[in-house]
Design a protein around this ligand. Structure first.
Ligand code: OOG
Ligand code: MG
Length: 263
């Protein structure tokens, strides 16, 4: 277990790379004994830093929750991260490439909770009953590690590559009989199809990502408050983007959500 002073130092190193869009070497190179627990402590320190500069916490993300994502990154366990209001981009808004290292876009189903959820034993039904609505989302991930290569411990310390996110399309009430496992999604870049999939790609059911997140939070004495936004993880592999690209994802019965990359 790393000392608290080291954790704070690592959070500053990661925050600096995030703020200045520069890449750093994997933290596990300098700290080979670092653990997953240490990495989540780095996230705690990042959250403190962000709150200290006036940001608001909006919710959390789960990542590496689909086979396509796990294979693409070579990391086979889900990781979680914190979302702040600084990361929100309006629907069809612009993401400035100058502030990003080597971004990629993911299509995800986002949950917005109507009431608090906590504990290790929430069923999928309980999660759905506590959900106000689900909504299409794009997550723009951007690893601060060179060549977008990392291990589980390093990526968690980089807040699971979170960078920006967009929600859009049509919010739906999951309590009104929709089938959350069979939502088809098509991702287009500049009008050309890049990837397609269905929501069951995320752990069999995207609410399972919320369930795993709750287990993770419970282990740390934390929970999801009413109003939290939860990104459940990319359904397909992530799509690399460059200046001028427009990415949109069309979700079955839920409309589409898009983002533009500008210089
Ligand atoms: C880690 C974050 C993955 C997702 O939705 O799977 C993620 C990464 O691939 O950089 O956000
Ligand atoms: Mg993601």
């Amino acid at each position: 277990m790393l000392q608290e002073s080291t954790i704070k130092q690592l959070a500053l190193r990661v925050a600096n790379a995030q703020d200045n869009a520069c890449s750093i070497e994997k933290l596990t190179i300098a700290y080979p004994d670092m653990t997953v627990t240490d990495s989540y402590r780095v996230q705690d320190a990042l959250r403190e830093l962000w709150i200290g500069r006036g940001e608001r916490i909006i919710g959390m993300k789960a990542g590496l929750t689909s086979k396509a994502k796990m294979e693409q990154m070579g990391v086979h366990e889900p990781s979680f991260g914190i979302l702040s209001n600084r990361m929100a981009v309006p629907e069809n808004g612009a993401a400035n490439m100058a502030k990003l290292v080597h971004p990629r876009v993911e299509a995800e189903i986002a949950f917005v909770l109507g009431r608090d959820l906590r504990g290790r034993h929430c069923s999928i039904d309980e999660i759905i009953n506590a959900t106000d609505y689900v909504i299409p989302a794009l997550e723009i991930i951007d690893s601060r590690y060179e060549k977008f290569k990392f291990d589980l411990i390093s990526v968690i310390a980089d807040n699971s590559s979170s960078s920006l996110y967009v929600t859009g399309g049509r919010p739906l009430d999951p309590k009104s009989g929709m089938d959350l496992q069979t939502i088809g999604v098509v991702i287009e870049k500049n009008g050309e199809i890049q990837a397609l999939g269905a929501s069951a790609a995320v752990l069999g059911h995207p609410a399972r990502a919320v369930q795993m997140l709750l287990e993770h939070l419970d282990d740390r004495g934390d929970y999801l408050a009413a109003g939290s936004l939860v990104l459940t993880g990319g359904i397909t592999e992530a799509i690399p983007v460059h200046v001028g690209d427009v990415v949109s994802a069309r979700f079955q019965d839920m409309g589409s959500v898009s983002v533009r990359f500008t210089d």
